[in-house]
Design a protein around this ligand. Structure first.
Ligand SMILES: *[C@@H]1O[C@H](CO)[C@@H](O)[C@H](O)[C@H]1NC(C)=O
Ligand SMILES: *[C@@H]1O[C@H](CO)[C@@H](O)[C@H](O)[C@H]1NC(C)=O
Ligand SMILES: *[C@@H]1O[C@H](CO)[C@@H](O)[C@H](O)[C@H]1NC(C)=O
Ligand SMILES: *[C@@H]1O[C@H](CO)[C@@H](O)[C@H](O)[C@H]1NC(C)=O
Ligand SMILES: *[C@@H]1O[C@H](CO)[C@@H](O)[C@H](O)[C@H]1NC(C)=O
Ligand SMILES: *[C@@H]1O[C@H](CO)[C@@H](O)[C@H](O)[C@H]1NC(C)=O
Length: 383
């Protein structure tokens, strides 16, 4: 009896301590801010944490989340001046994972991550390498942005992205491999301003139904689209390419623009030879910074362009007179109507043939109109 009573009291006390010490794994505030090392030690008692995890601006140097396996919410860490190391060997799921402006972050390790919808990492100057998602990922990853980091490699980033992949302004990145065969409709890949990037391996791509935008990566000189057959979306390449090859290209139903300060005449010639339907613009030896007006730049290639309106504008160095403006406007309207009529017949034909539907990014239209201003210096062909 006595023993029993003691045990009861004991367990009661223990239970009390337990209640006091229990960490709320689903706080009503839906978020938890780590301010100290102890805060991090507390939260890892939760196998699943419901809410978002934040690290305070003056938070600790090291945050280890070993122990948590799911975060039903986000990791959102911004402007933490001291944070050097962030890791979890157990975390498999988080909704979105944002790291921004962490000047000292150099150690980032989330090998078990398999389930997340977006990852936005920006302004991480000390981050040269990381370990992320080393196994197969589950579900579709929607968005990945790697912006202004010192990462040297992104080998782990090897899955198709649902909406957008943006790899920009990474000073040390040297190569990126697109290890799948299609860029799907609705998905856009952007590579821009990566000064050390020399290789973008696009050799596995057979179809681009979404977007591919490669801009201002000064060291990317070659792009070998060895197996690309279809551009059904929007592809824009601009840079200092000396060799862009598309030996298998057979159909452009979206929009393709390639512009290089280098000589890519071979590509322009080979596209020309293939009598592709659809719109493309191929500009070899283009100026690095072409302005949209002023006719001083000399055309660098013979033009097969059908844009009569631009040659009219070309003969005119100063401002356009009213009549000329009216003429240009009328020409524009007429071309627009012709384009609409052509598009109508084109899509009707496609529908009839029950060709698989290919979504065209709406950006294509926007940039088309600005690109058309350069078309007198370009090779272009329309459906
Ligand atoms: C980096 O993170 C790993 C994995 O958690 C850890 O083992 C290692 O000690 C950390 N290194 C530094 C320098 O903080
Ligand atoms: C890159 O990040 C560093 C450090 O956060 C910042 O000082 C710099 O302005 C950023 N550069 C760009 C181009 O955003
Ligand atoms: C991914 O995580 C979400 C929420 O964390 C969950 O609802 C979903 O079932 C998980 N998906 C897979 C494939 O595990
Ligand atoms: C890529 O990300 C940077 C930083 O968030 C942003 O400024 C830029 O507009 C993004 N580019 C695209 C095409 O989304
Ligand atoms: C390119 O990378 C090398 C080695 O990582 C580095 O030393 C160099 O500064 C980088 N160049 C630029 C332009 O950032
Ligand atoms: C251009 O690249 C392709 C594919 O890598 C290659 O077969 C071809 O020989 C290259 N052309 C030149 C002129 O270097």
């Amino acid at each position: 009896m006595k023993l029993c009573g003691r045990t009861l009291v004991c367990s009661g006390i223990l239970g009390l301590i337990g209640v006091v010490g229990a960490f709320d794994c689903a706080p009503s505030s839906k978020s938890y801010t780590i301010k100290t090392a102890q805060d991090a030690a507390d939260i890892i008692t939760c196998p699943t944490f419901t809410g978002s995890i934040i690290v305070a601006a003056d938070g600790p140097k090291t945050v280890s989340l070993d122990g948590i396996s799911s975060i039903l919410g986000n990791i959102d860490i911004e402007n933490s001046a001291q944070l050097q190391s962030l890791s979890s060997s157990t975390l498999t799921a988080v909704a979105s994972f944002t790291l921004n402006n962490l000047p000292k972050l150099s150690n980032l390790s989330f090998p078990a991550l398999t389930n997340f919808s977006s990852l936005t990492w920006s302004n991480l100057p000390s981050l040269t390498e990381c370990t992320v998602a080393t196994g197969a990922v589950q579900g579709e990853i929607q968005d990945v942005t790697i912006y202004n980091t010192s990462l040297k490699a992104l080998d782990w980033l090897k899955w198709p992205i649902g909406t957008g992949l943006n790899i920009s302004n990474n000073a040390n990145l040297q190569a990126f491999d697109i290890p799948y065969s299609a860029i799907n409709a609705g998905s856009a890949l952007t590579f821009s301003n990566n000064p050390n990037l020399t290789t973008i391996d696009v050799s596995r791509l057979t179809g681009i139904y979404g977007g591919l935008d490669v801009t201002s990566n000064t060291q990317v000189l070659q792009m070998a689209f060895d197996n690309l057959e279809i551009i059904g979306g929007f592809v824009q390449l601009s840079g200092a390419f000396t060799n862009v090859s598309m030996p298998a290209m057979s159909r452009i139903t979206g929009a393709f623009t390639v512009r290089s300060t280098g000589d890519i005449t071979n590509l322009c010639n080979s596209l020309e030879k293939q009598q592709l339907t659809g719109h493309y613009t191929c500009m070899p030896n283009a100026d690095a910074h072409t302005t949209t007006s002023g006719g001083s730049a000399t055309p660098t290639s013979t033009s097969t362009s059908d844009s009569d309106d631009s040659s009219e504008a070309d003969s005119n160095n100063g401002g356009l007179g009213r009549g000329e403006i009216a003429g240009v406007v009328i020409a524009c309207i007429v071309s627009a109507i012709l384009a609409l009529v052509a598009a109508f017949f084109y899509f009707r034909r496609r529908l009839r043939a029950k060709v698989q539907e290919i979504t065209q990014k709406k950006d294509a239209n926007d940039s088309d109109s600005s690109l058309d201003r350069h078309s007198r210096k370009s090779w272009s062909r329309r459906a």
